[in-house]
Design a protein around this ligand. Structure first.
Ligand code: SF4
Length: 483
């Protein structure tokens, strides 16, 4: 839609500069892999023939561009604004210190260099980084480092604006927007994530510096939500990209080149202190108790389970008050080398979390369950690896429904693995790309589903795994009975 919007805008207002923004533009700021078209594409700046592109959470850059345009500045004079990308046209001089990234033609000719491109850009994609320049063939694009995150006071002002929390009325006759409902009465406590999971591009959009709102600002929003005419008594989520990073900020984050504070091992400077998070949750509970009607708040954003283990008090509060029976957790896989490529903690960390969560739930007198999320066909995951996970699931009698077939989204490290066939360390890795392998891995994790019976039978029979096949058939029959 980005290209269409830009084209329509140009048709209607031919002499008005076009500034792209939002998540799609942000992640397609450089040469990127497009999964639907299965090819490398140029920056959307070039294809949309736009003047500027705001990447990341765009408030600062958008405001600065608007201020300068209002002051009569040329659209070609914005090259110093952080969080902006622009084309080198009309005599614009790229910054002399710009880091040169491999260009589109180079990457097309040698996709293995896509990992080099990714890692080179990643090292500059923080507020203290250096601009990068990339040949789009034709055209050059410069991408400035991201803007600093908003301060607590700025976030408070932003979130106190009178958002309606309603879809545009034009959607009413279409039955509304289903995706709005789960988030309509939820509260964003912070931005950013320092987890650095390989398959997630949030590092490139929100950054890894955590920018948190104040407790007062969050509670004021809770009051507003509770007063909304459609509010039914449940705040469906209080969280952010990762729920339990609220209030954790590292003073060195702006200059830091690591894309994860947790991987490969937690950084010594990691501010893994849950104190602010605990203070906030305590205040939310106090606020709930003072309300005339019963209000319940859940944490539905994903939590980082290795981080949660660092605070017993957080585990107690979480299990005791903020889980509605089921808690989503993302171990993502079982095999150590796949988890390593995903930049996730080892599976034993998940098992420890599972045990601590069960204990905390028991102490709270609640019967609660984890809903584990897994990814199939991630780069580095062979069909045999998927089968190892299946065997573990059978051992535990787990029948996961939350399995995501890996989709290489623009700018994620996993996508660079997918395109280059290399790990970040430069080693060749297996990449399940074909439809058959991707379908098989997804089927193996949905082993209990009768619809996958033939595919699994074919695969296991060829490998002489008759005993395992019998177990799977029993699980499928059982799932059918309990449907
Ligand atoms: S210095 Fe350590 S804790 Fe701070 S941002 Fe960098 S990796 Fe994270």
């Amino acid at each position: 839609p980005l290209l269409t919007y830009a084209a329509r805008a140009r048709e209607a207002f031919n002499d008005v500069p076009i500034v792209l923004g939002g998540l799609e533009a942000s992640l397609r700021r450089l040469v990127h892999y497009d999964y639907i078209e299965d090819r490398l594409k140029r920056s959307v700046l070039i294809d949309a023939k736009a003047d500027l592109l705001v990447h990341g959470m765009g408030e600062r850059a958008t405001l600065e561009v608007a201020r300068r345009l209002a002051a009569g500045d040329s659209i070609d004079s914005m090259g110093d604004i952080p969080g902006l990308a622009y084309r080198v046209v009309r005599g614009i001089c790229p910054p002399a210190n710009a880091v040169v990234l491999p260009g589109r033609e180079t990457l097309e000719a040698d996709p293995e260099r896509f990992m080099e491109f990714q890692l080179t850009y990643q090292r500059q994609a923080h507020p203290g980084g250096t601009p990068v320049i990339q040949d789009q063939a034709p055209g050059l694009v410069v991408v400035n480092p991201p803007a600093e995150p908003l301060s607590q006071a700025e976030l408070d002002i932003l979130y106190s604006l009178p958002f309606t929390r309603n879809a545009h009325p034009m959607y009413d006759r279409l039955g509304g927007i289903a995706a709005l409902e789960p988030v309509r009465f939820s509260i964003t406590t912070h931005r950013g994530c320092f987890g650095g999971c390989s398959f997630c591009a949030i590092y490139f959009h929100q950054g890894k510096q955590i920018a948190s709102r104040s407790e007062d600002g969050i509670l004021t929003e809770a009051e507003c939500l509770a007063a909304h005419k459609d509010f039914k008594g449940t705040l469906s989520d209080i969280g952010g990209p990762t729920a339990n990073m609220y209030g954790m900020s590292c003073p060195d984050a702006a200059q830091c080149r690591r894309e994860s504070c947790l991987f490969p091992s937690p950084c010594a400077k990691l501010p893994a202190d849950h104190a602010r998070m605990l203070g906030l949750l305590d205040r939310v509970l106090g606020w709930q108790q003072r309300q005339k009607r019963k209000i319940h708040t859940t944490i539905a954003s994903g939590i980082r389970h290795d981080l949660a283990l660092k605070s017993r008090d957080y585990m107690e509060l979480l299990a005791g008050y903020f889980v509605g029976g089921h808690l989503k957790v993302a171990p993502e896989h079982y095999c150590p080398h796949v988890l390593h490529l995903m930049h996730k903690p080892g599976f034993e960390v998940f098992e420890e979390f599972e045990a601590r969560f069960a204990e905390a739930s028991a102490r709270a007198g609640k019967q609660q369950y984890l809903v584990p999320y897994f990814i199939s066909a991630h780069p580095g995951c062979s069909n045999e690896d998927a089968l190892k996970l299946t065997e573990y699931l059978i051992l535990r009698n787990w029948r996961p429904r939350q399995v995501q077939d890996f989709v290489p989204s623009p700018l994620s490290l996993s996508t660079a693995m997918y395109v280059s066939g290399r790990s970040p360390a430069g080693n060749r890795i297996v990449v399940p790309k074909g439809r058959a392998d991707k379908k098989l891995q997804l089927a193996l994790l949905h082993y209990w589903d009768k619809r996958n019976a033939r595919q699994i039978e074919h695969y296991l029979t060829a490998r002489g795994r008759r005993k395992l096949l019998a177990q799977i058939r029993r699980a499928q029959a059982d799932a059918q009975r309990n449907r």
